[in-house]
Ligand binder design. Structure first.
Ligand code: URA
Length: 217
């Protein structure tokens, strides 16, 4: 899937500059959309290229992401890069964002130190509109959710479990937001580091993802 030309997919080659222009316009729209959000929190917005039609959605920024203002840097970025390398995708060709745009933390009462925590269902629900609007602008063809949080954020289904649906290609449609794309839920790359028993499942999912990307894009 690595490209030698400036077009990455068949549809891009077919529609040429027209497609590129639409995506450039979408990037500008996204920038404007993000610029409309000011607040006391340090937000980390999505970034990357919209041209491949592939969007990856993680859970929420961690300390490195909060410090730099970029999604999936530091250790999480390394995990994601390993994923992308295995799937022969260049990070610069895809768009990466998070379900929740700020770093959820818990404070250790003794040390007063902040550490990452999973976003609450209320937080995920509160940021869901941001995410769905972001997807409306990005217009992806294939969305990969990494872990339970973005799966819930995209589907709105609290009972959807990554262990049941990982690696499946789901036709996602949301009439309220006029969204339609193929959704492939994955385990979060960090989960695979801690739970080695997931490695073989993950590798199988990766093969399915590469097949789906080739077929769809
Ligand atoms: N960093 C991110 O940006 N997202 C995650 O899900 C984890 C770490």
């Amino acid at each position: 899937m690595q490209s030698k030309t400036k077009y990455n997919t068949i549809s891009e080659r077919k529609s040429g500059n027209l497609f590129m222009d639409k995506k450039t316009q979408a990037k500008k729209e996204l920038d404007l959309y993000y610029a409309s959000y000011h607040g006391e929190k340090k937000y980390v917005f999505g970034e990357g290229s919209l041209e491949s039609g592939i969007v990856f959605i993680g859970e929420a920024p961690g300390a490195d992401e909060e410090a730099t203002g970029h999604p999936f840097v530091g250790k999480a970025g390394k995990n994601l890069s390993a994923f992308l390398n295995a799937a022969e995708i260049e990070r610069s060709n895809i768009y990466i964002t998070n379900a929740v745009k700020f770093r959820p933390v818990k404070i250790n009462p003794k040390s007063h130190r902040a550490s990452n925590r999973t976003p609450s269902q209320d937080e995920i629900t509160a940021y869901r509109e941001w995410l769905l609007k972001e997807l409306c602008i990005a217009r992806p063809k294939l969305v990969v959710t990494l872990g339970n949080t973005p799966l819930f954020a995209v589907t709105g289904n609290k009972s959807a479990k990554i262990s049941d649906v990982h690696g499946s290609l789901i036709e996602y449609e949301n009439s309220e937001y006029s969204l339609k794309f193929a959704l492939m839920p994955f385990y979060h790359p960090a989960a695979v580091i801690y739970r080695r028993e997931l490695v073989s499942e993950y590798e199988k999912d990766m093969v399915k993802f590469v097949e789906a990307a080739k077929a769809l894009l």
